[in-house]
Design a binder for this molecule. Structure first.
Ligand code: GLC
Length: 749
């Protein structure tokens, strides 16, 4: 007994002595800020600087001496990138790093469903966590300014309000796993040509009304723990160390307390990187460990050059400590959080999520004579035509390229769904890019086909002529000058002669369905000749099942376009005004000045201002049922300074099957002292309705929704006067309007 008491006393003493000497930073009962200060006080200057830059292609140093882990980053916004070698882009050749590819973010945006965005972020965050990643390099929210931008597929469309609402749940979902979202590319990275040298010239009003809102929402509503600077310049400073974007706006006006990460190779200057808000430098030039230094990463701008400036007394350590504090705060949110979940990889739940996101994002653009949905019980012969019916799309496109557990092609999805019901015949139709390897990831597909275009079309027409239904699956792909990073498309047209194939098929069979797989709008000169059109997006691992479910009506399509589909390129502001891709400065620098002279008139804002009829308008998407809107009403006729007006509209499913409708709210300023768009999206709600069911859909409007940004006063202004709330099924399908006024002289009651 005495021994027991003695040993208990020893343990107690031990605990006491442990508690007494436990460093503050290990004491979880203490506030994080105290723990950060304790660590900071223990770090040498060299240890602090080492935390500011990469130590390998995708990781940065921790502090081994204090047990502070390295940070591991990973691409990308649609899935977790396969492992690469320590200091190379090449694959590491692991066998356990396959992932689920979720649909591209344009598809997520097209769902117009914040619940889906939360499902997306939670799922991809679980995959990142399981793979031991601490910073997910995504989502991207750059605004869609030209349909030629190679990276639009990674972003959330042309409207700042839609992107602002959809990005927040994605971030919260990712970060619920103890993984930081790294929202990119901040800011004004709106095309890929000259992406490292383009100097964006934008007025403040346009910046604040169009290009910043999604990033502001990411920070202030989403609580993003990191932001990635973009490659381009703004006000002649690289965005990765830009005083205006990082110090004044992000960290100043928005109070961002997280970490600014450079894009890979986006850092160009040590003094600017020190002073202008960059916290972690990745991907700057390094030829690995072969340049005679113990570690080439010590050559980074925020590495030895920074240490040298400190050592020479040319800079202090105030900025250094601020950067390290932010990095340590990120550590306590991720690597030092002992309670964060463990994640999961390639789970049935993630596969189901990928399928559901795809099903909710697919947009039914056209459907005549009820050609869709296909009835599996009644269709006999179905002919599937096109390279995109079989080509793997989870590979390629740049840094978002993935190595997937599997990818179910549209053809296989259709074959699986119609198995035992219909005779599904596949013909190539056209040959696009038969390559099957990207950055070391090999698809294993042999898409080589030496037949001529004429032979391919003849075969397709032959098979189509006696089919009950013909499904052409084409569009773009992830090759250079298609939907791909570091290059832009060279025109709005479909590549590889697809228009000829579609026209020939339309002549051969009136029951032609075209599925466009792309991350961008494309020209569709044959749109009037085909019975139905689906916008398919890049749908990831479950592409085939998502498409088959919509084609056969297992799922009623509910997607809406997050960008305008122009009839021709000249209908787009930047092309009409000759602003793309900008003008080389010609002063011996490589700078290309890109003027955003179209200002706030981007997308539908431009089309409506200039009375241009798009091929398919922003917010457009059909259903297999129909929705009837009742009369829109407001609960009061005058909105006061701190008040709100509630707009309500009854929406009824008047069709024979269940379906979801995205009810959209636009606001028009009837009379303003400044030029304003005819209307702007300021609310949306996706409602699921059974046949004959009615939902009273309501929106709360505050002065914020009525305001424009006044550059002179650097503030948001809501002018007194008349406004109109417009509700509808798309920007061009307005089903109800109701007026109200704003009176700032009346204090709210
Ligand atoms: C790329 C991309 C960025 C990506 C990073 C790491 O150049 O611009 O989106 O996360 O480098 O691959």
């Amino acid at each position: 007994m005495k021994k027991l008491i003695f040993s208990i006393m020893l343990i107690a003493a031990g605990v006491v002595s442990l508690t007494a000497s436990t460093p503050a930073y290990l004491d979880e009962s203490r506030p994080v800020d105290d723990r950060i200060e304790d660590i900071l006080s223990r770090l040498t200057t060299r240890e602090k600087v080492a935390m500011l830059h990469a130590q390998s292609k995708f990781s940065s140093a921790g502090v081994p001496r204090l047990g502070i882990p390295s940070f591991w980053t990973t691409d990308g916004p649609h899935g977790i990138r396969p492992e690469v070698l320590w200091d190379e882009w090449e694959q590491a050749g692991w066998t356990n790093d396959s992932c689920v590819a979720f649909p591209a973010l344009t598809c997520l945006a097209a769902s117009w469903n914040p619940e889906i965005a939360l499902l997306y972020g939670t799922s991809i965050g679980e995959e990142a966590r399981y793979r031991g990643k601490d910073i997910l390099l995504g989502p991207g929210v750059n605004i869609y300014r030209t349909p030629l931008n190679g990276r639009n597929f990674e972003y959330m469309g042309e409207d700042p309000y839609l992107a602002s609402i959809m990005v927040v749940p994605y971030i919260k979902g990712v970060q619920s796993n103890g993984v930081a979202a790294c929202v990119k590319h901040y800011a004004l990275n709106n095309h890929e040509v000259n992406r490292h040298t383009t100097n964006a010239i934008v007025d403040d009003r346009t910046l604040y009304e169009i290009y910043l809102p999604a990033f502001k929402a990411a920070v202030m509503d989403g609580g993003a723990w990191s932001i990635m600077g973009s490659y381009n310049l703004y006000k002649d400073q690289h965005a990765c160390h830009n005083k205006f974007l990082l110090n004044d706006i992000l960290k100043g006006e928005w109070g961002f307390d997280g970490v600014v990460v450079s894009d890979w190779g986006g850092t160009h200057d040590t003094p600017e990187a020190i002073a202008n808000g960059l916290d972690m430098e990745f991907g700057s030039w390094t030829n690995g460990l072969s340049n005679g230094k113990s570690n080439a990463y010590d050559n980074y701008y925020l590495a030895d050059p920074y240490l040298d400036l400190i050592g020479e007394g040319k800079v202090g350590t105030k900025e250094l400590d601020d950067k390290v504090r932010r990095i340590l705060r990120l550590a306590f949110r991720t690597t030092l959080d002992r309670n964060r979940p463990h994640g999961s990889l390639c789970s049935p739940e993630h596969i189901a999520a990928a399928r559901r996101i795809g099903e909710e994002g697919i947009v039914l653009l056209k459907n005549t004579r009820g050609v869709l949905p296909i009835d599996p019980e009644r269709v006999g012969k179905v002919v599937v035509v096109g390279e995109n019916a079989v080509k793997m799309m989870t590979v390629g496109g740049g840094s978002s390229s993935l190595k997937v557990k599997y990818e179910l092609s549209p053809l296989d999805g259709i074959r699986n769904r119609l198995a035992g019901k219909a005779d599904v015949v596949y013909v190539r139709g056209y040959v696009g890019d038969p390559s099957g390897e990207y950055n070391g990831v090999v698809t294993g597909q042999n898409l080589k086909d030496d037949r001529s275009a004429e032979e391919l079309i003849a075969e397709a027409v032959r098979e189509a002529s006696d089919a009950d239904c013909v499904i052409f699956i084409g569009g773009l792909n992830k090759s250079a000058h298609q939907d791909c990073e570091d290059s832009d498309r060279e025109g709005l047209e479909l590549p590889y002669g697809q228009d000829d194939v579609i026209r020939a098929l339309a002549k051969a069979n009136p029951n032609l369905v075209v599925i466009n797989i792309s991350g961008n709008a494309v020209a569709m000169p044959w749109a009037g000749d085909v019975a139905a059109i689906l916008q398919g997006w890049y749908l990831g691992t479950e592409a085939g099942n998502s498409i088959a479910a919509v084609l056969t009506g297992d799922v009623n399509p509910s997607g809406k376009l997050p960008m305008t589909f122009p009839a021709k390129l000249d209908d787009v502001a930047v092309h009409k005004l000759g602003l793309y891709p900008g003008t080389p400065r010609g002063d011996g620098s490589k700078t290309v000045d890109c003027n955003y002279d179209e200002g706030i008139f981007v997308g539908y804002r431009w089309a409506e201002k200039n009375d241009i009829k798009p091929l398919f308008p922003f917010g457009h998407g059909l259903s297999y049922t129909d929705f009837k809107y009742g009369k829109a009403k407001v609960d009061k006729s005058t909105l006061t300074h701190e008040g709100k007006v509630t707009v309500t509209v009854p929406v009824t499913n008047v069709g024979a099957r269940e379906g979801s409708e995205v009810v959209q709210l636009y606001i028009a300023d009837i009379k303003s002292s400044v030029p304003r768009p005819l209307k702007e999206l300021k609310g949306f709600r996706k409602v699921r309705l059974a046949p004959s069911e009615t939902a009273e859909v309501s929106f709360e409007i505050t002065p914020e929704a009525l305001s424009y940004f006044d550059a002179d006063t650097h503030s948001w202004v809501c002018e007194p006067g008349a406004f109109e709330a417009l509700v509808g099924s798309s920007s061009a399908d307005i089903r109800g309007k109701v007026r109200f006024s704003y009176d700032d002289s009346v204090a709210s009651r």
